[in-house]
Design a protein around this ligand. Structure first.
Ligand code: HAM
Length: 412
């Protein structure tokens, strides 16, 4: 778990802001679920996922309730849907931290932020396309160019069950040729064996049956429409029949956005899919659902690698230097801030030299300087701190207009 300090923290906020703009323009409303839920909400994610069995931060609270910090937010959104029964389609977006007791490394943390969307109540494959397109548009707005989209369909629940059984038989037949780790995974979730990165498993995984042989007509048709919709929007994708994803709730469409610059263990920038059935599991009516979540930490690492989406400039517009004791700086900064300018000042009545040093360090565009002469004459001195402009003395009354004009000029 890490501290995110300025200016990186401002970049995080800008990141969420861009996401909000993208998804709110498509009719999504913000949901702020609690960070902790009854443990049962998350155990619905499936007892075959590490997220639930090994990585949950759960504990018994003072009221003897067994609760857990959320490892993701899809389950919370579905729980909220079952509880509040909003009108469908219900389009929700979220941002915030999640907790998983994972082995920390670059791009993998125990507290990590996600932004995401979920839509409940609509079975239309064009909605899958909309959801994927929103993720794609978001990466485009960040400036990322090396993101690839992998797509798969896990079929209807029955198709998926038949496929899991066929995989179990296939991997069982491999016996000891399969790595010990994969044999253990096989006991819990044969689909996850497809994710094995172990060399000895590769030929066995390559020879495994593929999900398309098990798709029902309805699932195949749904998936075909998703693909044609993506083509219609010029969104490039690769169908990857081995894409199963880490959570158990997926049915039909699943997808993952991968970053081209990150190590393969952390290259999933985000992912999602359909999870028809989850709301029902959480005590609500049978309701289709689709969504995705993107990891903020990893996506920003990808931005670093591609040299895009820098932190916003944290510098103030004006830094007030007051050599008369500090009360002048108090009044001037207050007036500047009220006028919508970003202003900072020096404290503790330091020397002119020390205050100018602080002004330069602040990165401000201008120093506004007041000494006794300026106070007597009702003036202030304005000194450009970037570039090579000259210091000028102006009437104090015109400071705000003057700074606005200068800043507008420098922005053009
Ligand atoms: P997920 O694949 O578990 O899916 O997580 C989505 C993204 O969160 C990952 O692609 C990754 O970028 C980021 N992430 C996950 N774990 C960590 C970690 N320990 N450290 C840093 N980043 C991490 C879900 O969470 C689903 N709720 C997505 C979804 C929404 N499916 C349908 N709707």
């Amino acid at each position: 778990m890490r501290d995110i300090l300025a200016p990186e923290s401002a970049r995080w906020r800008a990141f969420t802001q861009v996401f909000a703009e993208v998804v709110e323009s498509a009719g999504y409303g913000l949901i702020i679920p609690p960070m902790m839920e009854d443990l049962g909400v998350f155990t619905r994610l499936g007892d075959a996922t590490d997220v639930v069995t090994k990585e949950m931060y759960d504990f018994v609270d003072k009221g003897e309730r067994h609760v857990a910090l959320r490892p993701e937010q899809t389950a919370s959104v579905c729980r909220a849907f079952a509880q509040h029964r909003p009108v469908t389609p219900w389009k929700a977006w979220y941002s915030g931290p999640n907790f998983r007791y994972e082995k920390p490394q670059r791009g993998r943390y125990r507290q990590f932020d996600q932004v995401g969307v979920e839509v409940l109540g609509v079975d239309d494959p064009y909605l899958d396309v909309e959801v994927i397109a929103l993720g794609w548009e978001f990466y485009r707005r960040l400036g990322l160019q090396q993101v690839t989209l992998l797509l798969n369909s896990l079929g209807e629940p029955d198709d998926r069950a038949r496929y899991v059984e066929a995989l179990r038989q296939h991997f069982d037949a491999a016996g000891d040729d399969l790595s010990e780790q994969s044999r253990r995974t096989l006991d819990k979730n044969p689909l996850r064996v497809l994710d094995s990165k172990r060399r000895e498993d590769q030929p066995i995984v390559a020879a495994a049956p593929t999900i398309d042989q098990f798709w029902s007509d309805a699932a195949a048709e749904h998936f075909a429409t998703v693909q044609s919709g993506l083509r219609e929007l010029d969104i490039a994708f690769t169908v990857d029949m081995k894409l199963v994803r880490g959570l158990d709730y997926y049915r039909r469409t699943t997808f993952e956005f991968q970053g081209g610059t990150l190590d393969s263990a952390q290259n999933a920038l985000g992912g999602g899919g359909r999870y028809d059935g989850l709301v029902e599991d959480l005590g609500g009516p049978a309701t289709p659902g689709v969504g995705f979540a993107l990891g903020v930490d990893r996506t920003l690492l990808a931005c670093d690698d591609e040299g895009v989406f820098d932190a916003p400039d944290p510098a103030v517009d004006a830094f007030v230097v007051d050599t008369t004791g500090g009360a002048q700086a108090l009044a001037i900064t207050a007036a500047l801030r009220q006028a919508g300018l970003r202003a900072d000042r020096a404290y503790e009545n330091r020397s002119m030299k020390a205050q100018m040093k602080a002004a330069n360090r602040s990165g401000a565009a201008y120093a506004v300087i007041v000494g006794t002469d300026e106070v007597d004459n009702g003036t202030v001195a304005v000194r450009p701190l970037r570039g090579d402009g000259e210091q000028v003395t102006i009437a104090r009354d015109s400071l705000i207009t003057d700074l606005h004009t200068r800043l507008q000029g420098s922005n053009q």
